[in-house]
Ligand binder design. Sequence first.
Ligand code: C5P
Length: 286
Amino acid sequence: MTKTGLAYAKINLSLDIISKMPDGYHNLKMVMQGVGLCDEITIDCRPGKGITVTDPGFQYLPCDERNIAVKAAKAFYGHTGITGYKTGIRIKKSIPVGAGLGGGSADGACVLRMMDEMFGTGLDRETLIKLGSLVGSDVPFCIFGGTKLAEGRGEVLTDLTPIPQCRIVICKPWFSCSTPELFKRVNCKNIRMRPHTEGLTAALEKGDLGDVARHMYNVFEDALPRGRRDVEDIKYKMLDCGALGSAMTGSGPSVFGLFDNEENAQKAYEKLKPQYRDCFLTQTVK
Ligand code: C5P
């Protein structure tokens, strides 16, 4: 049997680091949003054994056990006890890697969701979250998408009022960020500026996109070891083109801008695209 599905990227409307946990992970508070930028995943399961992953046209993705899609398939088989299938996963990549857009997490989440459908296992929300968090911290959110508050390591999910439909421009500077490295640079007790998460969720409840944009902030922006100027430059260009607000997503370095107006979004995209290869014009996904 074969199935094809879409793995949607995420952006962080806010990201706050509350504390460091005894296991070395961090206790987070993030408002996350699914966006239309996506990878396409095809899974083929037939009698046999082994899990393989292929990625036509993209050289930087590990195609072995380190690939999060393979980890997800293993977690699925491990939990359900299903055996005897040769599993081929093909990933047509559009989401840039090392970008803060949850590209790997989206793929892992899509594999879990699709395999659950293909094998008719009907895993409940709690089980999917548990399996997802074994695969990666952002995977639980990516399984469900929409607009959510994610806490703990990212596995404590609360549905929020969906953001009003809007256009989003995403632009990745030329460098990449190492997530563990960035976490190491943050001293939770000494964070200079934090997002006002409650203000952001209240703005979502009101359906006020301008107020949502005003409350967006990511504490990692202050911890970037380099490239801060690029991030600021992209933000400035987004705002100059009429973005309601702009912030870095996840552990960066991608920057996004929220637009309530198609023309302005197009203008920002056209301004940034000649300068940055990974520049996308997309929208929110419910
Ligand atoms: O779970 P994931 O593999 O996506 O996490 C990547 C790295 O990010 C972890 O090894 C850890 O260093 C850091 N991390 C963290 N706290 C979190 C999520 C990730 O310290 N809540």
